[in-house]
Write a protein that binds this ligand. Structure first.
Ligand code: F6P
Length: 378
């Protein structure tokens, strides 16, 4: 582990190995894509390459660790320029998959590790990908470093995941634009936002995009209370004394739960239909017209915003440095504004919105911390 005073800006130069200590590190991306994946690959590879190690890009996440694949990418061969160009591109150049490694497949992974000649791996992924990295590391099958990734921002152990800010920007843009529809057509615009069971993107995107009401899975609101709030917002008078006659609602895709008829390898159901379901309730109970807009994959496709490109680059460089120092069993994380590393064994469960961040009464982001609110209202 890096000493506590060693942050990303003062990490010592990676250890230059003697030939017999040269490592071959495998790196891969698992789970859904997030803007910034290629930046992590790029800088981890740069650091490892500059410190004399080899970096193999393993295709399709854990799937590529089940057998020796001919389509590996030797990232060490890429020039400084090529690696830098990779940084600001979207998706993942190594491709990704949601592959669950069952215990009876551990032997196959061990065989692939031997076949590839890997010293260790850098796994870039969310809860599922990193949970498997942790298990295989603890079983002694492959030593691993984790880099948390997901637009959902719900990985436990880190204050932020890369891709999240880009997704919030995209969500905010659509939510903002939907007000033009709501105001011009006298109706309620309902924007459905990614995030599975975590409401972070909806909350941040909703606030930044000016949503009147934000609905997240962590805080289900009683139907009558919600309808009352919609009517209040719709009829709220502006400075000219006229009612708004419009409302914009941001709703998480997971607000009503998932669709268990279509599940992935980890048993997560497809998220769909939240905006439509809400629209039906509003129409039925108020008679007001509605229009749904599903942001869907637009939130996580395409190039990272500058913030995420830089953030992801720093995470990748940090992970590459840990690997070059032969320090495995760690997850790179953002804690209190600093990039640091925590035990991989801490990867567990998710990280969800609490009432420190959400106010179920106004149904929007809590902007004044709860601990100060008391002082402000008296
Ligand atoms: O977990 C990230 C995420 O983008 C969720 O927000 C979304 O529900 C899910 O992935 C979609 O996954 P898939 O790519 O498997 O359809």
């Amino acid at each position: 582990m890096l000493a506590p005073q060693q942050h990303w800006w003062n990490i010592p130069p990676p250890m230059v190995p003697s030939p017999e200590h040269k490592q071959r590190v495998g790196i891969f991306t698992g789970g859904g894509i997030a803007p910034g994946l290629n930046a992590v690959l790029s800088t981890a590879a740069k650091v490892l390459k500059e410190s004399g190690h080899e970096v193999l890009g393993i295709p399709e996440g854990w799937k590529g660790m089940l057998e020796v694949r001919p389509d590996i990418v030797n990232l060490t061969r890429m020039s400084r320029r090529e690696l830098h160009d990779l940084m600001s591109t979207g998706g993942t150049t190594l491709r990704s998959s949601r592959t669950k490694i069952r215990e009876e497949q551990y032997a196959a992974v061990a065989e692939a590790v031997r076949g590839y000649g890997l010293t260790g791996i850098i796994a870039i992924g969310g809860d599922d990908t990193l949970g498997q990295a942790r298990a295989l590391h603890e079983q002694g099958i492959v030593q691993a470093i984790g880099v948390p990734k997901t637009v959902d921002n719900d990985v436990f152990g880190t204050d932020r995941t890369f891709g999240f800010e880009t997704a919030c920007d995209r969500a905010a843009g659509v939510i903002r634009d939907m007000r033009t529809d709501a105001e011009s057509m006298t109706r309620v615009a309902i924007v459905e936002v990614m995030g599975r069971n975590a409401g972070w993107i909806t909350l941040h995107g909703g606030e930044a995009g000016g949503a009147d009401i934000t609905l997240i899975p962590e805080f289900p609101i009683d139907e009558d209370t919600l309808i009352k709030r919609v009517q209040e917002v719709f009829s709220e008078q502006g400075a000219d004394g006229k009612p708004a006659n419009a409302a914009v609602i941001a709703i998480s895709e997971g607000y009503f739960g998932d669709d268990k008829n279509e599940t992935d390898a980890f048993g997560h159901g497809k998220m769909r239909g939240a905006a439509q379901r809400l629209a039906e309730v509003i129409k039925r109970k108020t008679g007001i017209g509605t229009q749904e807009q599903v942001i869907g994959y637009h939130a996580r496709n395409g190039a990272p915003a500058a913030h995420d490109a830089i953030f992801a680059s720093r995470l990748g460089a940090y992970a590459g440095t840990l690997a070059s120092q032969n320090t495995y069993g760690r997850m790179v994380a953002l804690r209190d504004g600093q990039i640091t590393d925590v035990p991989l064994s801490e990867v567990a469960g998710g990280r969800y919105v609490t009432d420190d961040f959400y106010d179920p009464v106004t149904m929007t982001m809590r902007l004044v911390p709860k601990k100060l609110q008391h002082a402000i209202t008296i």
